[in-house]
Every structure is written in structure tokens, then in C-alpha cells.
Design a protein around this ligand. Structure first.
Ligand SMILES: Cc1ncc(COP(=O)(O)O)c(C=O)c1O
Length: 439
């Protein structure tokens, strides 16, 4: 008997849930799967009392900190006064849309959703309704949620980068109808040739091009401004809509998301994660003429859902967006992220590790490679196995992150309290021990 709770919980969980978890990505192996007991700020404590400084932040939603009192108070106040949902509108719906529009000038009209997946589904359906076209295009390494037609990927993981063939496109797993593949084109980020060729072949039948401008699911590898501008121009030229998926980057990398950094605007945008500081709220929106195809008029695009804009979600968004708009929270996030990136850079340099950081400080990717990867195939030649060992060493020492280098380091406002000397020390120990293991 170890006296630990984790093995007992894991064994019990296996009896009740497939793989013993509520969703696939939480399963890290029988011994490593984490059961959380409590959280506050940038830390959480697991079921066995071990506390972690967390750079995973639930895959990015936490932008202020866990259990932020300003947000929690606002939610409790709303739901104790007005209930959680009524299936009717509230004045707060309008207020939150106004907040989004004030931060994101490309947004003219908005609809709400409960998850990033649902927001992407709504936005793609809207693009199809507006254009009368079915085809969509996506980029290797991006993730747009778990619904059938988005569950196709270039199998870069198992691909031989030295070979002469492109990685095959495969479904994420079982249960994805093969015919959904016919609707989706997949191209490489920052590759002008495949972009031009896609539009030459399918530009006039594309409903939308869906892109994470900073790929929060491939180590924050980012579109170059020139490539994104060319994509914008080609979409306009061919009457295809540009749908920027800012589920991870929105209200995080800048108040106006990645589009503020690039100065390039989408026709449709999806938001989720940071807009609610961990409460489940999402939205899609964009040009008024496009969004106005949504509605119950004849031929209108149907969008709805029982829990849409429920008061838990909408009051959390209202409080979070008001903090992001009116305080220097995102400056703090960026400054802290830059300090942490710099300290990691010092640690890797001292250990003689070639490294490159991708993306902005609020969600930066760490790649063991001499140059910042330009696309997902470049990620394949980074030393991701050394990174994995480094990450597991950090976890062992109380720093939580995803051991997969495709997941960026997420920073929240509460990380300003992290003892950077302590973190540098832990990172030094972790990289030294990883290098020894990989000798
Ligand atoms: C860019 C992007 N789009 C969509 C999604 C799906 O969001 P959700 O998990 O809330 O359904 C994610 C999730 O990580 C994402 O990163």
C-alpha cells in the first residue's frame, strides 16, 4: 500500500469511464493521470496534496488565474439573483457583444456557444449558408475541435521528414465518416505554393478557409504576416470567407487577439477559452452581412442550443472581458511570459541546447531546434523527445505543463507571483537531468 489516493481513484475511474477519464486528452497513463483537488491563482493541488505551478491552465482558458474572485463574485451574484438559464434573452447578452466589439473591431455581430467546437461548427455553417458552398480548407497542425469533418489531420507524427512523400491525411480516430474527408482540403502553413494551388483548384468552391493564425495546437507556430495577407487577398478574390479560429489566441495574445497583432481581419472569428477565464463560454461573429444569414427566415442558418448564453457563461464573460478591457492584465501576462521565456532561454543556452521560441509571450511554444519552425512539418524535426523528458522532469518538480511540445506554455495574470529564481532553478535541474537521460 502506498497510501496514495491517485491509484485508488484511477482504478475506480476505470470501472466507470472509458479509459478512466471524462475525455480522452486527460488520460496520461494509469500512474500519471492527474486528479485535481483544488486550485487558486496559477497553482493547483492534486489529490495527494502535491502543489503545481501550472503553465497548462486547462489548455488555455485561465487568463487571470484560477478562482479569480472578481469573476467568481460576478457569476455568483448573477445566478443567485436571476438563475442560471431561462431559455430567453437577457440584457447581458447585448452587453457582452458590445464588449467583444469594442475589443475586436472586425466583429459586427455575434452569436454565443458553449465550447470552441460548437463555435467553430456555428461559424462554418454560417460560412456555408452565406456562400452556398460546402468545401472548407484547413492547415496542418491546427485543431478546430472534435466534430467529424474537422477530425482529419496530416499524420506528421508518423511521417518520415527525410522521405519524398507528403504525410498522409488520416482521421483522428474511429467513428469519423470517410465521406466527411471529401469536404476538407489541408495545406501547409506559410507555404505560398500550396496556398496558390489550393485557390487555383478550389477557390471558387470554398465556403471558408479556417485557420489558427498562431497555432496554439502546434507549439504556437505562427503564420507570417505576408502569408496571412496573401490568404486574406485570395479569400476576398474568390468569394471564400476567412474564418480565423481564435479559440486559444482570442483575448489572450492581445485584447483584440491575433488579428490585432497582424492588423489583418477575418470575415468570421471564433472565440472561447480566455473570454470566460475558465467558465464554459464561446462565441462566433464577424461581418454583419455574413452573420445575418443566421436566423429563422426562409433558408436562414440554424443556430441554437439550450445552454447558449446561459447566465453562468455570460456573466463570466462579462466580468472577464471587463477586466481585460479596463486593466493592464494582458500587459502583465505578456511581461511575465517574456520573463519566463527569457529565463528558459538562459537555462537552455547554459545547457548547450539549441532552442527557439514560437508565438507571443502569452502562449509561447518551446522547440528544441535552431530555428523557429515555419509549419507543422518543421515541428517534426525538432527534438520533441528531449522536450518531453524535460517536461516530465518539471512536472516531477512541481511545474505543470503538457509534456507534448505542440502545446504552448500558457501564462495568466496570477503568474506574476511566481518566484522566477525558483523556476530557473527547477528548469536548470530538469534540463540537466533530461540531457543526461538522452546522452
Ligand atoms: C483553436 C481551437 N479551436 C477549437 C477548439 C475546440 O474547443 P473546445 O475544446 O472548447 O471544444 C480548440 C480546443 O483546444 C482550439 O484550440
Amino acid at each position: 500500500m502506498t497510501g496514495k489516493k491517485q491509484p485508488l481513484l484511477m482504478a475506480e475511474a476505470h470501472r466507470h469511464m472509458p479509459q478512466g477519464v471524462a475525455e480522452n486528452y486527460r488520460y496520461w497513463g494509469d500512474e500519471q493521470t492527474v486528479f485535481v483537488a483544488q486550485s487558486k491563482g496559477c497553482e493547483f493541488t492534486d489529490c495527494d496534496g502535491k502543489t503545481f505551478t501550472d503553465f497548462r491552465l486547462g489548455y488555455g482558458p485561465i487568463i487571470l488565474g484560477y478562482r479569480d474572485e472578481r469573476v467568481d463574485r460576478a457569476v455568483v451574484e448573477q445566478i443567485t439573483q436571476r438563475g442560471t438559464l431561462s431559455g430567453f434573452s437577457t440584457a447581458l447578452d447585448i452587453e457582452v457583444v458590445k464588449q467583444i466589439k469594442a475589443l475586436c473591431p472586425q466583429i459586427e455581430k455575434v452569436r454565443f456557444a458553449n465550447s470552441g467546437t460548437e463555435a467553430v461548427m456555428g461559424a462554418v455553417r454560417t460560412a456555408r449558408g452565406f456562400t452556398g458552398r460546402d468545401r472548407i480548407a484547413i492547415v496542418e497542425g491546427c485543431f478546430h475541435g472534435l466534430y467529424d469533418e474537422m477530425m482529419w489531420k496530416s499524420d506528421v507524427e508518423n511521417w518520415d521528414p527525410q522521405g519524398t512523400t507528403a504525410p498522409p491525411v488520416i482521421p483522428f480516430g474511429g467513428g469519423v465518416p470517410a465521406r466527411t474527408r471529401e469536404l476538407v482540403d489541408i495545406i501547409r502553413l506559410n507555404d505560398f505554393e500550396s496556398l496558390e494551388s489550393l485557390f487555383a483548384r478550389h477557390g471558387d468552391t470554398l465556403a471558408c478557409f479556417v485557420l489558427e493564425p498562431i497555432i496554439g495546437n502546434a507549439g504556437s507556430i505562427a503564420a507570417t504576416p505576408a502569408w496571412l495577407q496573401r490568404l486574406r487577398d485570395l479569400c476576398t478574390q474568390h468569394g471564400a470567407l476567412l474564418l480565423l479560429d481564435e479559440v486559444k489566441s482570442g483575448f489572450r495574445v492581445a485584447k483584440g487577439g491575433a488579428q490585432e497583432l497582424y492588423g489583418i481581419h477575418a470575415d468570421l472569428t471564433t472565440y472561447a477559452k480566455a473570454m470566460g477565464n475558465g467558465y464554459p463560454v464561446a462565441a462566433f461573429g464577424g461581418r454583419a452581412d455574413v452573420m445575418d444569414v443566421v436566423g429563422s427566415h426562409k433558408g436562414g442558418v440554424v443556430h441554437g442550443g439550450t445552454y447558449t448564453a446561459n447566465l453562468v457563461a455570460i456573466s463570466a464573460a462579462h466580468a472577464t472581458l471587463s477586466i481585460l478591457a479596463n486593466t493592464d492584465a494582458l500587459q502583465t501576462v505578456a511581461r511575465t511570459g517574456a520573463q519566463i521565456r527569457d529565463l528558459l532561454g538562459r537555462v537552455f543556452t547554459a545547457a548547450g541546447i539549441q532552442h527557439a521560441f514560437a508565438g507571443p509571450p502569452a502562449m509561447f511554444g518551446v522547440h528544441f531546434t535552431p530555428e523557429v519552425p515555419a509549419n507543422y512539418r518543421d515541428w517534426r524535426v525538432t527534438n520533441s523527445s528531449l522536450y518531453r523528458t524535460f517536461a516530465w522532469n518539471l512536472i516531477e518538480r512541481g511545474v505543470m505543463l503538457e509534456p507534448d511540445s505542440r502545446e504552448p506554455w500558457f501564462i495568466c495574470e496570477a503568474h506574476r507571483h511566481v518566484d522566477l529564481g525558483w523556476l530557473e532553478d527547477i528548469a536548470t535541474q530538469s534540463i540537466k537531468s533530461a540531457c543526461t537521460a538522452h546522452k
